[in-house]
Design a protein around this ligand. Structure first.
Ligand SMILES: [Fe+2]
Length: 237
């Protein structure tokens, strides 16, 4: 089978890398400013809620991928395996994020009480529709966009969090590790598109899923900006 002409894929990846979400106001401000403890707690609650539910949507996408799409399933499995600490339970991403939350005195019981803001709910719903209810090429484009745009978030969040003396290197492991891991996830998903999309019509579906996802991701961070950074320091958290 013929692969997607590389210029189309390269231009879509470059469009995703240049998407404004990669340097949005939340990232810039989080990196530049020292946040209060209540602000950090609000951030981790919403971000944790998203991460916890996102991985189940990704598992749903794997389930929904046709069995014949071996290349796509292989790349999704690699990504999920990496999410689960590549087989090391202590390195499972959700455990590392729980460790970070603990340094803000948020345990799992407390985190489960989080009420997501509308933008977090909307983005998870969008991913559910694209991953689970669309065709596998739209879904693949959506997941490629998630991974390509995820790389930049850690370039702001990790150095931003290193400013605080209350977090040791162990607490920040989730953020540090994603600096490198997102590069691999992104490469795997680009490979999956290269091997799975064969025609201009296929490519169109991939691009549609990818663009909608990057725009939704931007809305997600606008919501976090309002909830975390616009909020008064006196928030009752
Ligand atoms: Fe992760």
């Amino acid at each position: 089978m013929e692969a997607v002409p590389t210029p189309f894929l390269a231009s879509l990846v470059s469009e995703l890398e240049r998407h404004p979400v990669n340097s949005n106001a939340f990232f810039e401000t989080f990196h530049a400013r020292v946040l209060t403890r209540p602000q950090l707690r609000t951030f981790v609650r919403q971000y944790h809620y998203f991460c916890k539910h996102f991985v189940k949507e990704l598992e749903g996408l794997l389930y929904r991928t046709p069995v014949e799409q071996v290349d796509m399933r292989i790349e999704l499995i690699k990504t999920l395996h990496s999410e689960l600490g590549s087989g090391n339970p202590q390195r499972a991403h959700i455990r590392l994020l729980n460790n970070f939350a603990k340094s803000l005195d948020l345990d799992e019981v407390e985190l489960d009480r989080t009420v997501p803001i509308p933008e977090v709910v909307a983005y998870l719903r969008l991913l559910h529709r694209l991953f689970i209810e669309s065709d596998h090429l739209t879904a693949l484009g959506a997941e490629m966009a998630v991974e390509v745009t995820a790389a930049s978030e850690f370039r702001y969040l990790y150095p931003g969090l290193r400013q605080y003396t209350c977090f040791n290197e162990d607490a920040l492991m989730f953020f540090k590790l994603h600096l490198n891991e997102e590069q691999s996830h992104s490469a795997w998903l680009i490979d999956a598109v290269q091997r799975t999309a064969n025609t201009p019509e296929d490519y169109h579906r991939v691009a549609t899923g990818a663009r909608e996802t990057a725009d939704g991701w931007q809305q997600f961070w606008s919501g976090l900006y309002r909830e975390v950074l616009d909020a008064a320091d006196a928030r009752s958290e």
